[in-house]
Design a protein around this ligand. Sequence first.
Ligand SMILES: [Fe+2]
Length: 389
Amino acid sequence: MKENFDFLMPSVNFFGKGVIKKIGDRAKMLNMNKPLIVTDKFLRGMENGPVAQTLASLDEAGVQYAIYDGVEPNPKVRNIEEAKQVYLDNNCDSIITVGGGSAHDAGKGTGIILTNGDDITSLAGIETLDNPLPPLMAVNTTAGTASELTRHCVITNEETKLKFVVVSWRNVPLVSFNDPMLMLDVPASLTAATGMDTFVQAIEPYVSTNRNEITDGQCIEAIKLVEESLREAVANGHNVEARTKMVEAEMLGGMAFNNADLGYVHAMAHQLGGQYDAPHGVCCAMLLPIVEKYNIIAAPERFAELAKIMGENTDGLSTRDAAELAIKAMRQLADDVNIPRSIKAIGAKPEDFEMMAENALKDGNAFSNPRKGTKEELVKLFQEAYDAE
Ligand SMILES: [Fe+2]
């Protein structure tokens, strides 16, 4: 009967200054005797950085650990295979990810191939995992993908250049740690890219076919928080209030899309990220105004509401005109934080658009988009993003 109980394990989301200090005790509570720390070399090398603070808390609690620090941006299948080997060589029994979305996705991917078979590419899709992952905690350092608290795991197959998503409730980390003080040194360009991902992750569930009143509330608050704080966090990374609001937005958006799902911005951004190894948040930001303009006719009132939520004055405007203002506000935010408008900036090539459109329609995030597109329509959207000026 024991295997039937794993779904009863609750997840806990710690948030606030200093929460990282709780990780050692929490590891002990979860009977983690030897977690594998999954991170990257930069974070591992930082003096008193997120990895150092995680290890200090584990040391204090007397918890042993091993470390895999080979996580790359857009984590690759080879990363999770290497991490699995370190896990097995060191007789680990659990996983702690330290970093942004790449570390969390790599840690989830490692857990997946430890308990669900070696071929992760065959597990792409929704609820494809038969077995629970090893116990997993996530220390988050960017705001962000929210992968530290979601059921999404995004991995890139370096051979096919296909970035795919494994969406499963089994992927949700048992405990996440969001300590804004760990994020103060994130550079402006990374703050902008990851912050735009947070923004998109609040917009897409707001117009998703799977939305509900609870997720709407989470999205509305997250969008307002991003509007209030992303520009400030990019302008001055040590603005603690702005960093804190961005973490709040990230967590709320993650909770929203964990239940309401995403849409074509993510489905198409995964193709750009896989094909050109480009930062996820930048891909999302460049596609956002193009895809949402296309989506307007599926839910014009929702987009008119979005304009108001983003602080636009819609008095006296028709629903259609107010909806257009939402698109303008999205573009303005991306411009303000220096995201290029055209996907030329990441090396996109028109000859790839047909293949990418076909794969985007198969992506695990495509099914909840409010407007149901054809391959030809998605090719056009990639072309628009290419021609954007
Ligand atoms: Fe995202």
